[in-house]
Write a protein that binds this ligand. Sequence first.
Ligand SMILES: [Zn+2]
Length: 533
Amino acid sequence: MKVEILKKLQCVFLFTLQFFFINGQENLSQGPYEQLILRNVTLINGNGAPPIGPIDIEIKQNIITKIKTVGYPGISKKNNIKLEKNGYELNLDGMYVLPGFVDMHGHIGGNSQGADPEYVFNLWMAHGITTVREPSGRGVDFNLDLKKKSEDNSIIAPRIFTYTGFGRGSEVNTVEDAVKWVRENAKKGADGIKFFGSPPEILDAAIKENKRLGLRSAFHHAQMSVARWNVLHSARAGLTTMEHWYGLPEALFDDRTIQNYPANYNYQNEQHRFEEAGKLWSQSAKPFSEHWNNVMNELIELDFTIDPTFNIYEASRDLHRARRAEWHEDYTLPSLWKFYEPSKISHGSYWHYWGTEQEVEWKNNYKLWMTFINEFKNRGGRVTTGSDSGFIYQLYGFAFVRELELLREAGFHPLEIIRSATLNGAEALGVENKIGSIEVGKFADIIIIEENPLENLKVLYGTGAIKLNQNNEVVRVGGVKYTIKDGIIYDSKLLLKKVKRRQRNLPKSLLLPKMNLRKKQKKTRPQHLKRLK
Ligand SMILES: [Zn+2]
């Protein structure tokens, strides 16, 4: 018995040691293993089940092979899974495990933002995001290359599902062009298509052909074509997910057919675009009215998925909050900061003159939008979690956690939120038999965290949550501890450290131009505010 305990202790010890030093070098990951046991955890699954623990989870290579209840809270353990020769175990007493998150709207950086894939991947993985759907970005070849490398685990990156921007790479002017393009996209190996808007007959043909081929689709119903083709048209043609919210208020119009654009509106002026968008929900049918109900029920009947990406518009209702988020200083690239700043050119930088009036409109807009999403969920509609980071002051990884908080604000129970961020995403991607929950036979994509995220979602932020401890000291708690993907364990905090260090190695002149936060904060930061270590 004693020998066994000693052996176990040794394993835990060796494990910790190897994690940080391999040949004297920092190591970000370890595994996969012939056998890995996560011991004594509380499981918060993605399937709507309540938390349960203590649990042992066994992983062999990249597959979950056993899940066992091993006692009662505070009562000595039994039925432990036996450690095999060459096996490893992690004693995670008191910690929580969740399925890896699925970010349904993740752009892998971009040239305009100066954000390279490695930077974006590190931030995502550090926040437990083990799967990402890329809704059009740098092109299908670029993404497929990264997807392959992620599959091989030759890079640190979430699983990637790539949806090509419709029509990218060629002219699509006819129904024949559309069908041809859709077939070629499928042949190339893309997972789906992201639409923005085209003439109705082209959209109809493209969505149907894509569906016939077994691929999935996403749609940002941009204003230039939404008057003739809204969310209902898409759902009827077989679209699988809608992004953001555009196209939904338009489907809900019951006393007009076109948004109330002012005469001087110009779509190329982004202050116009976003300011008027903030008045859109109030132009649609009232919540729980007959038309509102009919549209919702039809969408649910069509097995339609809504990916609201609440967070990406949050700066519209509270610019100050989004601009001054505490993580910018350490984790936002100077080039990304530059991209966020008011500009007539950069997308989503519509702050020509953004004030109280615009923010109040948007606050009201959110209430109506959230009412729809929450009720859609209550009636059985699928709502997923997507971030759309890299625009409008929203940062990769951090914004995903903000999205969870906004789902809470919309009325979701924390367990409904976790399901939305895991299994619902897997279902919308058609891979619910492989990922999205912690179940025997599924891929070992798992988040390990010391705090309970159901109690406070903020513990999922890489910067953690502020808490007063028993000695009346302010401490930071939380931040994902380990992100496991395909049975490989990544040290989430080390991934963040890597991003932070890279940020600090940049020339001083490049450190957040105009904001100059670092210098000021050093002076004004209260002594008792301890930094996340
Ligand atoms: Zn997007």
